[in-house]
Design a protein around this ligand. Structure first.
Ligand code: NAD
Ligand code: DAU
Length: 354
C-alpha cells in the first residue's frame, strides 16, 4: 500500500523543499494543507502541481472541520507539521498571529489527529506518526563558551516566536505522554537555501547586495547562528519520520556556527564574483542598525543523537550551500519579483525605517 503524508505549511520555505524532495525520493502521496499567508507560495510547487500523487488544500490548521474532512478523505499514515508563523521580528512587532497559528493551530491539529488516530485499526495506529517541526530557539541563548543545546537542555524561549514554538512542543509532548499519540519532534537550527522568503537574513542580504541597497546588520553583527542547508534538514526530517522513536525529540544542526558579519561578508564577496559591479565592493553597503529587542546571542546544536541513533549528518558544506543559494536567488528573478511586491515592500519599509 502506498504511503500518504499530510504536510502542513508545505507552500513555505522548508515545507516546499520537503514536498519536492519527498515526491522525488519516495513513492509517497502528499496532501499539502496551507493557508497561503505572505510566506506561502504555490509557485514553489509548480513542478509537481499536476502530479496525481500530490494534492493542495487551501486552508488553515485551526479549521477543525476542514482538518477532520481532510484526514477522513486521505487517511494519511503520517502528518508532518511545518505550518507556523516563523519570523522573529514579526513576532516582536505583533505576536497575535504567532499565538493563533503556532499554539492554537497546533492544538486544533493535535485534537483532530488524536480523534483520527484513535479510530484507526491497531496496525495502522502503530504505523502512524505525527512529526512536529520545531526550532533551536526554544532553548534560549548561549554564552560564548557554553556547550551546544542538547535534547535535555531546559527550555528558555526569549522571543514571542520562540515562546509560541516552545508551547507547541509542550503540547506535542503531552499528547504522546497522555494519549499515546506516536509523536516525533525535531528541533532544528537556522536553515538557508532556495525559496526562503527574503525577510530572513540570507536572502535579504543577497537581494539587497544585488540591488546595491544597504545591508542592515543588527547590533554589532557578532550574534552567532548554526546554519544548515535546507535539503539536509528535509532529509533529517524524513529520517526521523522513518526511524525515530515515538515520543522522542531530535536536535538537527549543521555543526556550522558563524557570526552574522561573516555570513554577510561571504554573501557580498559571492555577489561581487557572480554579478560584479565595476569599481565597488558590496561590503561597502554593510550598515549597522538598531539591534533586535531581546536578540539571542548564540545558538548551537548538538546533533549527535540523530547521528548515533539514525545515521543522519549534513552533506552540504556551508561553502557549497551558500554558493548554490546565492546563484539561485540571482537566477530566479521572476520568483523574487513575485514575492517582493505588495505586502513585502510594506514590511521592509516599516521594519527598517529609521
Ligand atoms: P515559512 O514562514 O517560510 O512557511 C510557513 C508556511 O506555513 C507558509 O506556507 C504559510 O502559508 C503556512 N501557514 C502559516 N500559518 C498557517 C496556518 N494557520 N494554517 C496553515 N498554514 C499556515 O516557514 P519555514 O521557514 O518554512 O518554517 C517551517 C517550520 O520550520 C516552522 O514551524 C518553523 O518554526 C520551523 N523552523 C524553521 C527554521 C528556519 O530556519 N526557517 C528552522 C527551524 C525550524
Ligand atoms: O534558529 C532557527 C530559527 O532561525 C527559526 O526557528 C526561525 O523560524 C528563523 O526565522 C530563524 O530565526 P533567526 O532570528 O535566527 O533568523 P533571521 O534570518 O531573522 O536572523 C538571523 C540573524 O541575523 C539574527 O541574529 C538576526 C540577524 N539579522 C536578521 C535580519 C533579518 C540582521 O542582522 N539583519 C537583518 O536584517
Amino acid at each position: 500500500m502506498r504511503e500518504t503524508i499530510c504536510v502542513t505549511g508545505g507552500a513555505g520555505f522548508i515545507g516546499s523543499n520537503f514536498v519536492l524532495q519527498r515526491m522525488q525520493e519516495d513513492g509517497a502521496s502528499i496532501v499539502n494543507l496551507d493557508k497561503l499567508t505572505y510566506a506561502g507560495n504555490l509557485r514553489n510547487l509548480e513542478s509537481i502541481a499536476g502530479d496525481p500523487r500530490y494534492e493542495f488544500v487551501h486552508g488553515e490548521i485551526g479549521d477543525r472541520g476542514l482538518v477532520r474532512k481532510l484526514l477522513e478523505k486521505h487517511q494519511p499514515n503520517a502528518i508532518v507539521h511545518f505550518a507556523a508563523e516563523s519570523h522573529v521580528d514579526r513576532s516582536i512587532l505583533g505576536p497575535d498571529d504567532f499565538i493563533r497559528t503556532n499554539i492554537d493551530g497546533t492544538f486544533a491539529l493535535l485534537e483532530e489527529t488524536r480523534a483520527y488516530w484513535s479510530a484507526l485499526a491497531d496496525e495502522e495506529q502503530k504505523r502512524f506518526r505525527f512529526l512536529h517541526v520545531s526550532t533551536d530557539e526554544v532553548y534560549g541563548s548561549l554564552g560564548p563558551n557554553d556547550p551546544a543545546f542538547s535534547e535535555t537542555t531546559a527550555y528558555a524561549p526569549n522571543s514571542p516566536y520562540a515562546a509560541s514554538k516552545a508551547a507547541s512542543d509542550h503540547l506535542v509532548r503531552a499528547y504522546h505522554h497522555t494519549y499515546g499519540l506516536p509523536t516525533l519532534t525535531t528541533n532544528c537550527s537556522n536553515n538557508y537555501g532556495p525559496f526562503q522568503f527574503p525577510e530572513k537574513l540570507i536572502p535579504l542580504m543577497i537581494l539587497n547586495a544585488r540591488d546595491g541597497k544597504p545591508l542592515p546588520v543588527y547590533g554589532d553583527g557578532k550574534n552567532v547562528r548554526d546554519w544548515l542547508y535546507v535539503e539536509d534538514h528535509c532529509v533529517a526530517i524524513a529520517t526521523v519520520l522513518r526511524g525515530g522513536r515515538p515520543g522522542e525529540t531530535y536536535n538537527i544542526g549543521g555543526w556550522n556556527e558563524k557570526p552574522n558579519m561573516e555570513i554577510v561578508e561571504t554573501i557580498c564577496d559571492l555577489v561581487d564574483e557572480i554579478a560584479p559591479r565595476a569599481g565597488t565592493s558590496r561590503r561597502d553597503l554593510i550598515t549597522f542598525v538598531k539591534d533586535r529587542p531581546g536578540h539571542d546571542r548564540r545558538y548551537a546544536m548538538d546533533a549527535r543523537k540523530i547521528e548515533h541513533e539514525l545515521g543522519w549528518k549534513p552533506k552540504e558544506t556551508f561553502e557549497t550551500g551558500i554558493r548554490k543559494t546565492v546563484r539561485w536567488y540571482l537566477e530566479n528573478e521572476e520568483w523574487v519579483r513575485d514575492v517582493t511586491s505588495g505586502s513585502y515592500r510594506q514590511w521592509i519599509a516599516t521594519h527598517y525605517s529609521g
